[in-house]
Design a binder for this molecule. Structure first.
Ligand SMILES: N[C@@H](CCC(=O)N[C@@H](CS)C(=O)NCC(=O)O)C(=O)O
Ligand SMILES: [Fe+2]
Length: 290
């Protein structure tokens, strides 16, 4: 079994986990789900998190080969575009991102936007394979949380992002536009069918009960102790419970900020005549919390 070296970088503002995954033999590495810092109160952006990843890669003597996202995020900006401009390394995401682009192109009324995935260098479909140095990798289409979500299975490590969280935190929500609790259930079953010892790396941790952030588990641990999986034994039970819980959750505070950036691979809006970029917020599009 090929065992990549996985280093996680926790971003506490949004509870996101960014990964550098490396082949210890060749020192080839890739990045999964890098975060571009954004403070919605001031509108300020920064590249502190992304630069932290690059500094680590340089210090380890790794060679960066790809910059990947698991899905267009609803709670933070992707740093993929920044990292690509800085390093020249190709970006990638699941091929169904085109569906998410179409949805949000409509929601934001972006008439000139190319909803064809051309903002990324690689669009990965279910079953696509690539190598990380000497380590084989496979892409699993994992829709549900979004209609474009993918899992990257790299050697013995599965980067499942917002499907399974840590076992004490259950599973991701499925109520964003294009989400589906039924699809999420199927995606989770496919992940749980991987070998027991497969390492599972989640994309978020919200520090359940105030514990320290955590991101690594195994298929065996998820199957036996995940608070949603071990409780709901049938698809119908899971879907009912998921939909009931999702109905109580407010939208992520950055969803309308983030999607317009993330459907462009993390590119900030084109500067206007004054040289400044502006975000667009559609009113009365999403459900209110009241
Ligand atoms: N409070 C967070 C919520 C973020 C959120 O909704 N996260 C998604 C993943 S992008 C999720 O699945 N959350 C599960 C939950 O809150 O139970 C925010 O406003 O950003
Ligand atoms: Fe997400």
């Amino acid at each position: 079994m090929s065992i990549p070296t996985v280093t996680a970088f926790y971003e506490s503002r949004t509870g996101s986990v960014q990964y550098v995954v490396a082949d210890p033999v060749t020192k080839d590495c890739l990045i999964i789900d890098p975060v571009l810092d954004y403070d919605e109160k001031s509108g300020a952006t920064a590249t502190t998190e992304a630069d932290r990843l690059l500094a680590f890669i340089a210090a380890e003597g790794y060679r960066l080969t790809q910059i990947l996202d698991t899905h267009p995020h609803a709670d933070h900006f992707s740093a993929a575009d920044y990292l690509k401009r800085k390093t020249g390394v190709p970006t990638g995401i699941g091929a169904e991102v085109v569906g998410v682009q179409r949805l949000w192109k409509g929601f934001y009324n972006l008439s000139g936007f190319a909803a064809d995935g051309s903002q990324w260098d690689r669009l990965y479909a279910d079953g696509d394979r690539f190598m990380l140095g000497t380590i084989p990798a496979r892409v699993m289409f994992s829709p549900g949380h979004t209609l474009a979500s993918v899992t990257y299975l790299i050697g013995d490590a599965a980067f499942v992002h917002d499907t399974l969280f840590m076992p004490d935190s259950g599973t991701a929500r499925a109520d964003f536009p294009g989400g589906s609790a039924k699809a999420l259930w199927s995606s989770i079953q496919a992940i749980l069918a991987l070998p027991d010892e497969t390492r599972i790396f989640t994309g978020h941790d919200y520090c359940q009960g105030g514990r320290a952030p955590a991101w690594e588990s195994t298929v065996a641990a998820q199957r036996s102790t995940n608070s949603h999986i071990s409780k709901y034994l049938t698809e119908a039970d899971y879907v009912a419970a998921r939909e009931a819980r999702d109905a109580t959750l407010p939208m992520p505070k950055l969803i309308l900020h983030a999607l317009q950036v993330n459907i462009s691979a993390g590119r900030l809006p084109e500067p206007e005549a004054d040289g400044r970029s502006y975000l667009k917020i559609p009113l009365d599009l999403l459900k209110a919390p009241w």
